[in-house]
Design a protein around this ligand. Structure first.
Ligand code: PLP
Length: 393
């Protein structure tokens, strides 16, 4: 029997990054020695003092429902974090804690969008933004930013993408997949455009804020443009900075009315994020931050190594990034050399012939590219490069 599914679900596709990870796992289970560079998560364990807080929460019986929008102590830790790192001031009613930043962004789209509202998304983009917009009845509108502009959009492009139907603008810096980061000056230029369009709500996805080695300190959009404070949702989480992907805690700060609406959606769908994880996240944000710096240092060393290595492969070119643990390489020439008809075909050749799993760029709105995660050991990266060189030259 075939089951008729909703129009909603038919609009979207499975996440290509999760698909690559699953395919690599399947091939491994069949006995193939696959190097998986697809997954978007740190290879480090959650730092011990944070994990201990989770264990203590279980042992202490902190295992019941909490407030839907997060415990007061975690909210206070988030408020302190926003003040400390971003010069942003929020009250508890302006904070929402969710089951990962993915959940935060989903709540935002569901609370904000009406049918045919447009969501402006710079491309290359994180794979989930367009599909979430579609799920929420919105229409994704892309601004293409290629390597020639450092994979970053400019003010003129933003101005021409905004229409009377634009409801939401999403900015992710440093970016998954490119690692590109916006400077304060670049953010001010985008902010000047947004100031002219008061109907547009802004979502800044700062997930990789701490995994940053740009030429100047990380800056969030609303920090650079305080006049946008009343209509900006600043999104962050503990997954990447604290190696806590499985704990599922994301959060945001923003206008109380919108945050309240997002909390209502959460209250009627998932309810509170995991109680135990909230305890651990509180310690992550309030505790010793040295672990974050240590992991970032390791990511930076790997970034330098892999970017140099990728640029030494025939037909591959890769810009250095400002942060994250991804390298995004243009493989147009390598595809032509191998006679591949698209980047999916190219990634397929790499997984079958080099036994290296990468994510095709088209999933990020940038065909003829590939994304590699360098959240793995230097030895693994070396081996992956060696294998790719045998196929690509
Ligand atoms: N935003 C970006 C840019 C990401 O890369 C991710 C995870 O891959 C997320 C948000 C969501 O992270 P999480 O749901 O683990 O907090």
């Amino acid at each position: 029997m075939s089951i008729a599914l909703s129009h909603r679900v038919k609009r979207i596709k499975p996440s290509p990054t999760l698909a690559v990870t699953a395919r690599a796992a399947r091939l491994r289970a069949e006995g193939q020695d696959i190097i998986g560079l697809g997954a978007g998560e740190p290879d480090f364990d959650t730092p011990a003092h944070i994990a201990e807080a989770g264990i203590a929460a279980i042992k202490g019986g902190f295992t019941r429902y909490t407030n839907v929008d997060g415990t007061p102590e975690l909210k206070d830790a988030i408020i302190a974090k926003f003040r400390r790192d971003n010069e942003l001031s929020y009250g508890r009613s302006q904070i929402l804690v969710s089951a990962g930043a993915k959940h935060t962004i989903f709540n935002l789209m569901m609370a904000l969008l009406d049918p045919t509202d447009e969501v402006v998304i710079p491309a290359p983009y994180w794979v989930s933004y367009p599909d979430m917009a579609l799920l929420a009845d919105g229409i994704p509108v892309f601004i293409d930013a290629g390597a020639e502009q450092g994979y970053k959009i400019n003010a003129a492009q933003l101005e021409s993408a905004i229409t009377p139907r634009t409801r939401l603008f999403i900015l992710n810096s440093p970016s998954n997949p490119t690692g590109a980061g916006y400077t304060r000056g670049e953010l001010e230029a985008l902010g000047a455009v947004l100031a002219r369009h008061p109907r547009v709500i802004i979502g800044t996805d700062d997930m990789y804020e701490h995994i940053w080695w740009g030429p100047e300190p990380f800056c969030s959009l609303v920090t650079a443009c305080p006049s946008l404070y009343d209509r900006t949702v600043t999104i962050n989480g503990v997954s990447k900075s604290y190696a806590m992907t499985g704990w599922r805690i994301g959060y945001c700060g923003g206008p109380a009315e919108l945050i309240g609406a997002m909390a209502t959606i959460q209250g009627q769908s998932t309810s509170n994020p995991t109680s135990i994880s909230q305890k651990a996240a509180t310690i992550a944000l309030n505790g010793d931050q040295r672990c974050v710096g240590e992991m970032t240092q390791a990511f930076k060393a790997r970034h330098d190594f892999i970017v140099k290595g990728l640029n030494s492969l025939r037909g591959v070119s890769c810009l250095p990034g400002f942060g994250t643990f991804y390298a995004f390489a243009n493989v147009a020439q390598a595809m032509a050399n191998l006679g591949c008809f698209d980047d999916n075909d190219f990634a397929e050749r790499l997984i079958t012939e080099a036994l290296v799993a990468v994510v095709p760029g088209s999933g990020f709105g940038a065909p003829r590219h590939m994304r590699l995660s360098f959240a793995c050991s230097m030895a693994t990266l070396e081996k992956a490069l060696e294998r790719m060189r045998k196929v690509l030259g």
